[in-house]
Design a protein around this ligand. Structure first.
Ligand code: PLP
Length: 383
C-alpha cells in the first residue's frame, strides 16, 4: 500500500478549482439535497399533489425540541435578527467541538450537511479522479463530483444490502480522489459493522480521502460505538459529516457540520462554506443541550418502524435491516406502479433507487401518517 500523504488540494489546485467552481455553482442548485432535488425534478413535480402523509424525504416530523423552538423565537424576537451572528457562531463551534472531542478548528459548518457533501464532492471532482461509492446509495457528493469532472465508481452493496467494504477497498488506487460511505446508508438504512468500518477508515485514509456521512447515525443503536468521529485527528484524510436535519428535526433550518483535519476545514471555510443563520445556530445549540428529547424521538421512530416491519413480515416482503428513520423493502412490482398507487392513497413514498427498481423506500412519519401508510401498503401490495 502506498503511503502517499494526501492533502486534498494544493494551494494552486484550490485556487484553480475555486474559479471553475464558482462558474459551476451558478448552474447547480447547491442548497438542495438529493431528497429535495428529486422532489423538485419535473417528473416529480408533475406527480406531486398535496398528500396526507409525505414519507418520501426521510424527514423527522416529530420535529425539533421545544427548547430549540423557544431558542429560535427568542433569537428572532430579542433584537438579534439585524445582527450578524458571529459571536453565536463561535459558541456553536465550541459546543460542537466539545461534543465531538476535537477543537473548533476541526469543525466546518454547513447549510445542511448537504452543502458539505456538495462542496467536497465538487472540489474532489475538479481533481478529475475517481469517487468510489456504494450503489444504491446517496448520490449528492457523487453527483457533485461528477458534475465537476470526476468519475463515479459504483460498488454494489453486499447481500445484506450493506456497504461491501472489501470490494470498495479493492477499487481504491492512485486514481481515487475520495471514497464516500454513508453509515447508515440511504436508501437501505443499513449500517456497516463498527470495527470493520474503523479498520477500513484507518487503512483507506492512508491512500485517499474518506468521507463518512453519519446523517442518520444518531437514530441507529449504539451510536457511540459506531461513529468514526474519534478517528479524526490533525492530519488524517477523513471528514465525518453530521446533520441537524434528522434526529434533531430541524431539516427546514438547514444546519449541518463536518469534523475533519484543521487544514482541510480551513480550506472549506475559506471557500465560504457554512453561512448559517442566527435562528439556526440558536436552535442547534438548544438541541444539543436537550439529550432527553432526542432519546424520546429515537424511541418513537424505532417503535413506529417496528410496526411497519411487522406488516412487511406479515406480507412476506423482504426488507433491508433498518437502522434509520426509513425502510427499504421489495415490493416485487415496478416502482412507478407502487408509487402511483400509494399516491392514490395520499401517501408519498420515495423516488426510485436504480438498479433496485422493484423496491420502495418509505420514511417513518407521525403515528397517524404511518397508520395511513400501512393501510395503504396492505391494500396496494395485496393487489
Ligand atoms: N446524507 C444523507 C445520507 C442523506 O440522506 C441526506 C438527506 O436526506 C443528507 C446527507 C443531507 O441532509 P441535510 O442537507 O439536510 O443535512
Amino acid at each position: 500500500m502506498s503511503t502517499r500523504t494526501l492533502h486534498p488540494f494544493s494551494r494552486r489546485q484550490w485556487l484553480v478549482s475555486s474559479g471553475a467552481a464558482l462558474a459551476g455553482l451558478a448552474l447547480s442548485s447547491r442548497f438542495l439535497n438529493d431528497e429535495l432535488r428529486a422532489q423538485v425534478s419535473p417528473e416529480r413535480l408533475a406527480a406531486t399533489k398535496p398528500v396526507k402523509a409525505r414519507l418520501s424525504l426521510n424527514e423527522n416530523p416529530f420535529g425539533p425540541s421545544p427548547k430549540a423552538l423557544d431558542a429560535m423565537l427568542r433569537n428572532l424576537t430579542g433584537g438579534k435578527a439585524c445582527r450578524y451572528p458571529y459571536g453565536e457562531l463561535n459558541d456553536l463551534l465550541n459546543m460542537i467541538a466539545a461534543k465531538e472531542g476535537v477543537t473548533p478548528a476541526h469543525i466546518v459548518l454547513g447549510v445542511g450537511s448537504g452543502e458539505i457533501l456538495e462542496t467536497v464532492g465538487m472540489q474532489f471532482g475538479l481533481l478529475k479522479g475517481e469517487v468510489v461509492h456504494a450503489t444504491p446509495g446517496y448520490t449528492q457528493l457523487v453527483r457533485s463530483a461528477e458534475t465537476a469532472g470526476g468519475k463515479a465508481v459504483g460498488v454494489p452493496l453486499n447481500a445484506r444490502l450493506e456497504h461491501d467494504l472489501d470490494a470498495i477497498a479493492s477499487k481504491v488506487g492512485a486514481q481515487t480522489s475520495v471514497v464516500y460511505i454513508a453509515n447508515p446508508n440511504n436508501p437501505t438504512g443499513t449500517t456497516v459493522e463498527a470495527s470493520a468500518l474503523k479498520e477500513f477508515v484507518k487503512s483507506v485514509s492512508a491512500r485517499t480521502f474518506v468521507f463518512v456521512d453519519e446523517a442518520y447515525l444518531d437514530i441507529a443503536d449504539d451510536y457511540a460505538g459506531r461513529t468514526v468521529v474519534g478517528l479524526v485527528n490533525d492530519s488524517r484524510n477523513l471528514l465525518v459529516a453530521r446533520t441537524f436535519s434528522k434526529i434533531f428535526g430541524l431539516a427546514g433550518l438547514r444546519m449541518g457540520y463536518g469534523v475533519t483535519n484543521p487544514k482541510f476545514a480551513a480550506q472549506l471555510r475559506n471557500y465560504g462554506l457554512g453561512t448559517i443563520t442566527g435562528p439556526g445556530i440558536a436552535a442547534a445549540m438548544a438541541s444539543l443541550q436537550d439529550a432527553g428529547y432526542i432519546e424520546s424521538t429515537r424511541a418513537k421512530i424505532v417503535a413506529e418502524r417496528a410496526k411497519l416491519l411487522g406488516l412487511l413480515r406479515e406480507l412476506g416482503k423482504t426488507y433491508a435491516e433498518p437502522q434509520a428513520n426509513f425502510v427499504f423493502f421489495q415490493t416485487g412490482r415496478p416502482h412507478k406502479e407502487v408509487f402511483d398507487l400509494m399516491m392514490a392513497e395520499s401517501v408519498a413514498i420515495a423516488r426510485p433507487f436504480p438498479p433496485m427498481l422493484d423496491w420502495a423506500r418509505i420514511s417513518i412519519g407521525l403515528p397517524e401518517e404511518n397508520d395511513l401508510a400501512r393501510a395503504a401498503l396492505r391494500k396496494v401490495l395485496a393487489t
